[in-house]
Ligand binder design. Structure first.
Ligand code: KIV
Ligand code: ZN
Length: 512
């Protein structure tokens, strides 16, 4: 019988640590629901002690998610662990994930602790956590650069204290597949009680080998949990990508002989949701979820695929959710058809009011655009005004004028806490003029660190989806807006980013 490979998703914790990828509580909850639909085994919902916002996000997710285990990260101290336990109280199945660095470099330079002190703190942390919940994961941060003898002592001790999962991160992405696989194997052979815990891998992608290293940890090392993120989101070059690792194990079951619970047909929707929310665009040639992943441009390939699909395809596009790009609804479609399509797309809106708002927006769009694709619907429901309760700023209308040889002008009407205001400005182009028109009133002083436009369904008739990333007083937020008019989409994205900047946030970093 095949073993099960546990999929631990950390998009909402390690993924979110990527500069610019921070998400609101509502966004995190929406992504957590999509992860549950994907049948992810463990969702790392955040780092509860890092901020009040993260505490609430973990708490909301713990209360809402029924099928996946919900986990919170915590440093190896009682305060962090108690906070994690508190946030996880409502979960059907809760896990505390506590960590401390074990490499000589991290212990000496970062923690300024001796190895004996680290060992003692790790034991105390796991003992304390074990009194809160039964499911405890221990991570040896920078584990791959740790000394084998010391790491064996730490792992043996924390398993004795009750750790049920042992995670050995390659925190800085330094590993090579064969070496990392053998490192996990040696650990498992040398730790006397290693069979009392599940072994886990957590690889960063600095040398582009996070997926390969994770798979080697599984195949050579015998790990039975992989930590990963949607689209490989994460600090620096990112984490191991969920979609790649899952499809590798499924497609090459002959080699891995492992079962994964993931319902792969929700992968593309999850990828789009994470990309839209964070503004981290998926490269077209990205495995599994890139726009070209299943496109055959060469005549020889097309001919082969038409004659027998498996000549050039090792996976089926529809198995990972690529059936989406088709005309689904039009101006005559009713509320029920719309609601049903939302369900088929795996989107669950919380209330009838949200469905009504989304349907009104759909009708508005259908009046302007004859063909509505699944991507349009997904963009529409990810619009803040559908799901957020109260926004400080809201878009009302925009007019702009641009003509060759003349400086563009824009006038925008938007609401500030429900009250309409008007801003006017000129600018280098119509987008610049429109955003300056907003700033002429708001005066946020924020710096724009990213502006990107993407045609949602790939033609000039499609909606433009704009991401704006703003930075102010050390905070970085993303705003996303969609509209067939990209200047309007830009204004919506800008207002959405300002809404996020106007909400309070404070947090401490997970590593440091
Ligand atoms: O990369 C890492 O070491 C981590 C730990 C906190 C698990 O993310
Ligand atoms: Zn990490």
């Amino acid at each position: 019988m095949a073993d099960k490979l546990i999929i631990f998703d950390t998009t909402l914790r390690d993924g979110e640590q990527s500069p610019g990828a921070s998400m609101t509580k509502d966004e995190k909850l929406r992504i957590a629901r999509q992860l549950e639909r994907l049948k992810v085994d463990v969702i790392e919902a955040g780092f509860a002690a890092s901020s009040n916002g993260d505490f609430e996000a973990v708490q909301n997710i713990a209360n809402a998610i029924k099928d996946s285990t919900v986990c919170s990260l915590s440093r190896a101290n009682d305060r962090d662990i108690a906070r994690a336990a508190e946030a996880l109280k409502g979960a059907n199945s809760a896990r505390i994930h506590t960590f401390i660095a074990t490499s000589p470099l991290h212990m000496e330079k970062k923690l300024r602790m001796t190895p004996e002190q680290v060992l003692e703190q790790a034991k105390l942390a796991v003992r304390f956590a074990r009194n809160q919940v039964a499911d405890i994961e221990f991570s040896a941060e920078d584990g791959y650069r740790s000394e084998m003898d010391f790491l064996c002592r730490v792992v043996e001790a924390v398993i004795k204290e009750g750790a049920t999962t042992i995670n050995i991160p390659d925190t800085v992405g330094y590993a090579i597949p064969e070496l990392y696989g053998n490192f996990i194997k040696t650990l498992r052979e040398r730790v006397p009680n290693s069979d009392k815990a599940i072994w886990s891998v957590h690889c960063h992608n600095d040398l582009g080998m996070a997926v390969a290293n994770s798979l080697a940890g599984v195949k050579i090392g015998g790990a039975r949990q992989v930590e990963c993120t949607i689209n490989g989101l994460g600090e620096r070059a990112g984490n191991c990508s969920l979609e790649e690792v899952v499809m590798a194990v499924k497609t090459r079951r002959d080699y891995f002989n492992l079962d994964v619970a993931i319902d792969t047909k929700h992968i593309v929707a999850a990828s789009r949701m994470v990309s839209q929310t964070t503004g981290f665009v998926v490269q077209p040639n990205k495995a599994v979820v890139g726009a070209n992943a299943f496109a055959h441009a060469s005549g020889i390939h097309q001919d082969g695929v038409l004659k027998a699909r498996d000549t050039y395809e090792i996976m089926r596009a529809e198995d990972v959710g690529w059936s989406a790009n088709k005309i689904v609804l039009g101006k005559l479609s009713g509320r029920n058809a719309f609601k049903q399509r939302l369900q088929e797309l795996g989107v669950s809106l919380d209330s009838e009011t949200e469905i009504n708002t989304a349907f009104a927006k759909f009708k508005e769009l259908a009046d302007r655009k004859s063909e509505i694709f699944d991507e349009d619907i997904l963009a529409l429901v990810s619009d803040e005004s559908v799901t957020s309760e109260k926004e400080r700023y809201g878009f009302v209308s925009l007019s702009q004028h641009s003509e060759t040889g003349e400086r563009p002008q824009a006038a925008i009407v938007f609401t500030v806490e429900g009250k309409e205001v008007k801003g006017v400005s000129d600018g280098n182009g119509p987008v610049d003029a429109s955003l300056k028109a907003i700033e002429s009133h708001v005066k946020s002083g924020a710096e724009m660190v990213l502006y990107s436009v993407n045609a949602i369904s790939g033609s000039t008739e499609s909606q433009g989806e704009v991401t704006v990333r703003l930075q102010n007083s050390g905070r970085v937020v993303n705003g996303v807006g969609a509209d067939p008019d990209i200047v309007v989409a830009s204004a919506k994205a800008y207002l959405s980013a300002l809404n996020k900047l106007s909400s309070k946030a404070d947090r401490v970093a997970a590593q440091g």
